[in-house]
Design a protein around this ligand. Sequence first.
Ligand code: UD1
Length: 341
Amino acid sequence: MGNKTVLVSGGAGFIGSHVTVELAQAGYDVVMADNFSNCDETNYRGVCAILGRDLPLVRMDFCDEARVKALFAEFHIDAVIHFAAFKAVGESVREPLKYYRNNLLSFMNILENVRKIGGNVLFSSSATVYGEPDRLPVTEESPLQPATSPYGNTKQMCEDILRDSVKAYSGLRGIALRYFNPIGAHPSALIGELPRGVPNNLVPFITQTAIGKRACLSIFGNDYPTPDGTCLRDYIDIVDLAKAHVCAVTRMLEGRMDNAYEIFNIGTGRPVSVMELVNAFEKVNGVEINWQFAPRRAGDVTAVWADPSLACGKLGWKAERSIEETLAAAWAWEKKLANLA
Ligand code: UD1
């Protein structure tokens, strides 16, 4: 494979830090870049501790066009994995321009530079593009639904921008990975999710309730048309998810793509209800969660899970960790954070 260099924008975040570790362990040189607008250096230090060496870290904002240009002049970059984006659904509804400006501009600044070198871009998309699907599981051919938030819209728009750019600029290649619900933490408990303020997502809320930071978990809705009345999701382990990025980048760099622009679902193919997840967390970790049923949350879909067979076939990837292992890792990380605090 040689010493190919991968730039990870948003490398100090939850997904970016796990991807950095897997890339480095697979033999890639990695440049982490982050503006630390939504995280501190905990995960950067954790990445270096796991790898036993310091990685190059660039503090920068990808909305700064001149800075992005300078970065590409400084490093020979073979591929970019782009995570640097805002991701809070509710905030995006209140401050749409903040989301459109940041999420679109940063991505276009990257593409402007990558297209000049005929390079490779991997975009972190989301299953949110499928909305409430008519048929389950969803394949990459499933129809997209109009986005229900500016955040979701930026995912769809960035996919469009990447597809159109690949079509127009010869030598540019792109892959969009549509993640289902990434959860868990690295088994070392040295990196994980660091939500600021009250978590929006289920698993950080569970771990914070278990540790006593939150009084009670609200389970949003118990009257959905599902076996136990709670929503169904496809929870994908963060390390499994990170490994999918290594497979996708390697596919691009080795010239094995069937098309210059490809899309893959990254999920387990296994639906799990909110209630099942809470029960599994309690059982595997031997802790009790204080929870109550609450009204449905606006914007939630009843059920969504992946058909990951395209990724299995083309990327040679599949989710391997059990939900129990993943929930144990999430709890180990929360306990580690409590000791750090
Ligand atoms: C959410 C976003 C999605 C984004 C993804 C990133 C919404 C509507 N969707 O997905 O766009 O790509 O995060 O990870 O925000 N739940 C509770 N109690 C809680 C929190 C969640 O019952 O305190 C339930 C939700 O109703 C849902 C499930 O847990 O059924 C998962 O929620 P969450 O972790 O927020 O993920 P999504 O809503 O699927």
